[in-house]
Design a protein. Structure first.
Lengths: 224, 219, 224, 219
């Protein structure tokens, strides 16, 4: 049975594991799961996601409380605490361009070793990245990313784990959902198998291991 | 940007004049967001958001915001007819594939060759490059909207960027409160001067060589 | 206006161009477009797609009539004529494993240079393919594929080119739709902009340049 | 395969016994397709199709076929509750990610180490590898269903494959009309003999070393 309680979910979250999270600027990061992880008190997490959220929104909660040892993200501009921790040497940060990062996550989820991109090849410092020539053009080798646990937010799940997202809260979630050894979905609504149209399903349930019902989203503050 | 609302709107309005019906356009945060306000309502332009939308529309009225419908800056938006939602890989696939006709963004520095620096101030601000790098490197036309000078009064249009580049040779047009420059194969071309500034103001506040267009306008 | 006639479409199809086609075993290959291309009489086409169709179904029609100079596909087993032409040296064939091929097409469509895969690395002859080590594992570098023209089949398009597919006729179509310099969609139904739910759209219209109405599909024969 | 329908069904039925509720299973063309017919109707198994379906169901009744709903072999199918459609990249992502619990396919040769050759006969048949290579290399369990010997009476279970490999060391179980072999770290293990064949038949028709299981059954 994939539908579980928050307590059951937290049994797979341990100190030092790699956690990948869906969401973009806090929107679509699973709030109930993040609050639960915070409350459990795990530390030294290796986080992978689009950004550092805001200090009290999204993944930012965990980062602000010093629970992360490292972070792979495209930017941390919306979370000054993350910047401060990075400057103090308390948080190791690796930046990837946003489009490169999501492709690295997808390639992990798809069982690929990585992708070739030319983004940043002639500008941003390429930090020991290998360069290859393909069809006469140069590309960076960008390695795939996977995680011990992926946490995502969706609108609906059936009990098999098929996921349907809502508007722009889809963002990085379908990619993150594929890249976890264990994938946990927090959803607004859990429906019986057969209640979702096979055409509307974005994440096939085979990628999803656990499902919990959301206690509600917390990212409206940006404009409130 | 520490710029008055009138200047901001004037810059945004000038940028809007670059946009044609049917185009795919990405607007960065800050002044670029205002550009949409200066397009005719009847003009069908597809605004692209990096999180995963093509076809964003105006801000919703107060109370009508949808927590799950935001642009890449996290602001609540609406969508227009013909819009689609997708995941962020497709959003960046559209960018890398060169399908964004115009990207409008801010800058810390622009060089006379069109090099763009807008993401990092070493030792001060290291926020990460986000998606600006893809937009700058791959959009068909890159328009920079910015103050002509920095807070300290230093020119931001310079011979060579001192800050790390977001992307080299990518900027096509610079619009400031003072002037509009096109960046051509041969370097900067001054197209327009914004009243009440005059040519001397532009010369004094630009630390790069530029050619004055034969069709120079004061607007 | 993206909605055009078959005649207008055929103006972009010339001898010697690269044509990528959607479909899987003939199902979901655009029949009206293929019939039109056949009738126009172009030759020396470089084809890229999942398979060689059947001798008189799908892309097989063009191959059987000797219109293709080369083919990149995952198998040609369902089209004996393709095998014969290959053996006679009249058709140059490059094989890619099925999953690798679709990722190569996708990476072309997504503006990537290629992907890293470990499929076939220790079995199938790797024909001068470069091997790289990433995260301690070896991977083949598989270059991206793009085409002068991509032809796809969809259930519905709005006039902006947003596409919705039907069941398993989706298959490789959304990938091929992104990888053409010019993408032409043959669809069952053309609707006004605004008639498609933004959530149901699989291919955003920005990837699609021309739309024609299908004259009906031809791939039922497999079981008839 | 030139095998009687009874033998084909017997092999398929034996393969079905390997499948448990909740598994993700890919069935190749030929005998493997028959495996689904031998599962209890109440057992929830997700059958995977490479073209882009998870959750295929039985063949539709005559006249109920949908031209746009086929399996990877092009045969009309139905879908069960919980099914989803996706493009072929996701279909192969599921495979490469190791999420297919069991793949059932045919073979030209299998070596005693579990090497699989099922895609090419040099100089004769060069159809391309399709998706069998991904399934063989990445599925958690690979079950081969085949005739015990070739049309010419040559053993197909051999010490070393003579044909180009689809994937090395990937086969876990071989089911023929004569016997069931498990492939272990130490090589072939004869688990079952299919009546009316006897141990001598298996020995005579297998060109590889094998160990006889202490729990050998005749079924």
């Amino acid at each position: 049975m994939k539908v579980v309680t928050l307590e059951q979910v937290l049994e797979v979250i341990h100190d030092g594991i790699t956690v990948m999270y869906g969401g973009f600027g806090g929107v679509g990061s699973p709030p109930t799961l993040i609050a639960g992880i915070l409350q459990k008190g795990v530390k030294d997490l290796h986080l992978i996601g689009n950004d550092a959220g805001f200090p009290t929104i999204g993944i930012g909660k965990l980062i602000s409380q010093g629970r992360a040892k490292s972070l792979i993200a495209s930017h941390i501009g919306s979370n000054p605490v993350a910047g401060k921790l990075m400057t103090e040497g308390k948080l190791e940060v690796e930046f990837s361009p946003q489009g490169t990062l999501v492709e690295r996550i997808r390639s992990g989820g798809m069982g690929l070793g990585g992708i070739l991109v030319d983004i940043g090849i002639d500008s941003i410092i390429t930090n020991n990245k290998d360069i290859v020539t393909v069809n006469g053009k140069q590309f960076l080798i960008e390695p795939a990313l996977t995680a011990d646990v992926s946490i995502v937010y969706a609108k609906k799940a059936d009990t098999y784990g098929n996921l349907v997202y809502d508007k722009s809260a889809r963002n990085t979630n379908p990619l993150v959902a594929m890249a976890g050894k264990v994938t946990i979905a927090e959803v607004e609504e859990i429906v019986a198998v057969g209640k979702l149209d096979p055409e509307e399903i974005i994440t096939p349930g085979v990628f999803v291991n656990m499902i919990i019902k959301s206690q509600g989203v917390d990212w409206k503050w940006v404009w409130e | 940007m520490g710029m008055g609302i009138a200047s901001r709107e004037r810059i945004a309005k000038r940028a809007a004049a670059e946009i044609q019906a049917g185009m795919t356009v990405n607007l960065g945060i800050g002044i670029p967001t205002l550009v949409a306000n200066f397009l005719p309502a009847s003009m069908h332009v597809m605004f692209h958001a990096e999180n995963g939308i093509l076809g964003t529309g105006p801000s919703p009225s107060k109370g009508q915001e949808d927590a799950n419908l935001c642009n890449a800056g996290g602001e609540p938006i609406t969508v227009i007819s013909g819009a689609s939602y997708f995941d962020s890989t497709t959003a960046f696939g559209i960018i890398r594939r060169g399908l964004v006709d115009i990207t409008v963004l801010g800058a810390l520095e622009v060089s006379e060759q069109g090099d763009l620096a807008n993401w990092i101030v070493p030792g001060k601000k290291v926020p990460g490059m986000g998606g600006a790098i893809e937009l700058a490197q791959k959009s068909k036309k890159v328009i920079v909207l910015m103050n002509h000078v920095s807070k300290n009064g230093q020119p931001k249009i310079i011979k060579t960027c001192s800050l790390p580049l977001t992307a080299p040779k990518c900027v096509d047009l610079i619009i400031t409160e003072m002037a509009v420059f096109q960046i051509t194969e041969k370097g900067l071309l001054l197209l327009e001067i914004m009243k009440p500034y005059c040519l001397e103001d532009v010369i004094d506040n630009t630390a790069a060589n530029f050619v004055i267009s034969k069709k120079l306008k004061t607007i």
